[in-house]
Write a protein that binds this ligand. Structure first.
Ligand SMILES: [Zn+2]
Length: 303
């Protein structure tokens, strides 16, 4: 119910998936109600708030820009923050792209857990979905329905012998995120690598940070989960949902979606004010009775 940040700064180094450039990253605690903000320390102190309004590119990764400064491939870090329910954080980078590390959110989760997640004094405000919203593009689609918590039903269908139809429907909690989603790695088909390189992408891609699939085998050896691919899609979706600026209460149903459709959907949802409202969650009775909260805070209830 309360907003959260981390207790102390933590840092890591790596290289960007698309640029291949080395980068140092520092994650720092941030004040309540400040949200997630990126800083390109190599270019100054201009904050880039992690908000849908600052989206600059969604092809193959999610990039943000503000004041002429851009940060690329934010989605796996944003996903870890969503999964661990961290609301306020400063992310400092000395290069253009968040490090890809092992291609999943697990290294970010370890780093954030090492820093310690701590509640703050302000109540979190949730974006509660009040009616169905959908974006359809051919046979791809994404919909949301009202729900008391966040639930995701995701299906993929690449029509590839090693990436068969896969679907998962699950409630998103920190425990389930850690156990079932965080470690799922990004993936691509070997034939796509050449095409992406010609576009100037995946220069930092390797078998250390992506599952590469040929027609008949995985070049990296074993998968981490039998259905690692659809799990990674949920990982990406949660990172993109983080750009709403508020945690979502709704049931998302996605079929053959990706960053571009995720963010189009978020734009459609946010631009329909009748489809959602911001609410706080009621304080459990036991906390009220313990007198642990200020009356004004304890009175917080769905508005
Ligand atoms: Zn991804």
């Amino acid at each position: 119910m309360y907003q959260q940040t981390i207790t102390k700064p933590v840092r890591c180094s790596g290289s960007g998936l698309h640029t291949g450039l080395p980068v140092n990253m520092v994650l720092k605690p941030a004040p309540e109600n400040s949200g997630i903000q990126f800083f390109r320390k190599d270019l100054g102190n201009q904050p880039i708030p992690a908000l849908n309004a600052n989206l600059s590119d969604t092809r193959y990764a999610t990039s943000l820009s503000s004041g002429g400064v851009e940060v690329r491939t934010v989605e796996h870090l944003m996903s870890a923050l969503y999964g661990l329910e961290i609301d306020n954080l400063q992310v400092e980078l000395n290069g253009p792209e968040v490090p890809i590390l092992d291609g999943s959110a697990a290294p970010f989760v370890r780093l954030l857990t090492q820093a310690g997640v701590v509640p703050q004094r302000s109540l979190r405000r949730y974006l509660a979905v009040r009616r169905k919203v959908e974006v359809v593009d051919g046979d791809r689609k994404i919909q949301v329905f009202p729900s008391s918590g966040l639930r995701v039903s995701y299906a993929i269908d690449f029509q590839h012998p090693l990436i068969p139809y896969q679907e998962i429907s699950m409630s998103i909690t920190p425990e389930r995120y850690l156990g079932e989603i965080a470690s799922a790695r990004t993936f691509c088909r070997l034939e796509d690598v050449k095409r992406l390189r010609a576009l100037g992408l995946v220069r930092g891609g390797s078998l250390q940070n992506a599952v590469v699939v040929t027609q008949n085998r995985f070049l990296n050896g074993n998968l981490r989960y039998r259905n690692e691919f659809v799990r990674h899609k949920i990982l990406d979706l949660l990172g993109d949902l983080g750009l709403a600026g508020h945690r979502l209460l709704g049931h998302i149903v996605a079929f053959r979606a990706g960053h571009e459709l995720h963010t189009r959907f978020l734009t459609a949802l946010l631009s329909d004010p009748d489809a959602w409202e911001l609410v706080t969650r009621p304080i459990p009775a036991s906390e009220n009775e313990a007198g642990a909260l200020e009356p004004a805070v304890a009175a917080g209830s769905p508005s």
